[in-house]
Design a protein around this ligand. Structure first.
Ligand code: TXA
Ligand code: MG
Length: 319
């Protein structure tokens, strides 16, 4: 287990020494290192067991700092940054020479964002380098939304976990690529497609990737696995289909009378999509830890944040 606490000074010192620190953001916890330090970047890939072809997001404290790391900031990108930063939006932009190729997996673009968490913003302001940080989970596993999740899985391999409490959004950032005049959504997350389109005043394409060589490499078909098999579909139907199995149930808002309460979780009993997103990864982890053989779940209404939740559920069910 790594040292865990709220000490910005301790996090800062570990990062300055080239170490790895779990950091809280509003979306999910990140596994952070100095983005200018190639040895530290390599450590991130090792600790996560992450394939080299999957680039890291760079976290900064301000739009001005983000501009200093890229070759161009198209008008569309600036509009989005001003509307959503600090917040759950990552912009993919043409990178400058300041960003090592190890961060971007050799690509000439970089993903940047200003996270919206007071501790991490203070940490970012206290250092003079940006933080490269993927989600702080072993590759392919559900993202961590508490410091405890991080410490349980990666604690033995990192220097410190900055504990900022449970993540308020609970689902990763929305990734939007802005290269020249082309704007494309590469991953739906905490900012909805509707919000992006409203801000830009035009429709934006969402690039749906289902191959093994995706555009945003983390968008491999199979991802966000809690460990046990996840089956997505009609819950009533699947409960009837497997009458004797020990099943964990992850529903949107319903509860099931004939099922042990420890084996079922409703993401939001009142049907609130924000609450559902916030609870998603924690609920998957919790059911995974229970005495169940597999987990059955259902799609949530496919609108707003629901689209991002369904995307994660679908990927969790594929392996
Ligand atoms: O909310 C988040 O985005 C969290 C917190 C920690 O900031 N981070 C996160 O990182 O989800 P990660 O590494 O788990 O997912 C980042 C995704 C990956 O799918 C990666 O391929 C994609 O961003 N990505 C990063 N840089 C990219 C680039 N230059 N072009 C296309 N996709 C990129
Ligand atoms: Mg991830």
């Amino acid at each position: 287990m790594a040292n865990l606490g709220k000490e910005i000074k301790e996090a800062k010192e570990a990062l300055e020494a080239g170490g790895l620190v779990g950091i809280p953001t509003e979306t999910v916890y990140g596994l952070a290192a100095n983005a200018f330090n190639e040895e530290s970047i390599i450590k991130i890939f090792e600790v996560k067991n992450r394939p080299e072809f999957d680039p890291l997001i760079v976290h900064v404290s301000s739009l001005a700092f983000a501009k200093s790391l890229v070759d161009e900031m198209p008008k569309s990108a600036e509009k989005l940054a001003k509307a959503f930063w600090p917040g759950p939006l990552t912009l993919v932009l043409k990178k400058s020479d300041k960003i090592p190729l190890s961060v971007t997996s050799g690509m000439d673009t970089v993903g940047v964002r200003v996270p919206n968490h007071p501790l991490t913003l203070d940490l970012l302001k206290s250092i003079d380098f940006p933080l490269a940080a993927p989600s702080a989970n072993p590759f392919g596993y559900a993202s961590p939304t508490t410091a405890f999740h991080v410490n349980t899985q990666l604690g033995g391999k990192i220097d410190y976990v900055l504990d900022g409490g449970p993540c308020s959004v609970g689902i990763e950032s929305t990734i939007v690529s802005c290269i020249g005049d082309t704007v494309e959504v590469l991953r739906l997350g905490g900012v909805t497609l509707e919000e992006i389109e409203k801000t830009l005043g035009k429709p934006v394409d969402e690039i749906r990737i289902s191959s093994d060589k995706p555009n945003a490499p983390g968008m491999l078909t199979s991802h966000y696995n809690p460990g046990k098999k996840v089956l997505i579909g009609n819950i009533d139907h699947n409960l009837r289909k497997f009458p004797r199995a020990r099943i964990g149930v992850l529903s949107f808002k319903r509860t099931f009378k004939n099922l042990n309460v420890t084996k079922q979780i409703a993401l939001s009993p009142k049907g609130d999509m924000k609450e559902a997103a916030k609870n998603l990864f924690g609920a998957l982890r919790k059911l995974d830890s229970r005495a169940v053989e597999f987990i059955i779940t259902e799609k949530v209404p496919d609108e707003g944040l629901g689209k991002a939740i369904n995307d994660r559920l679908l990927r969790a069910s594929q392996r």
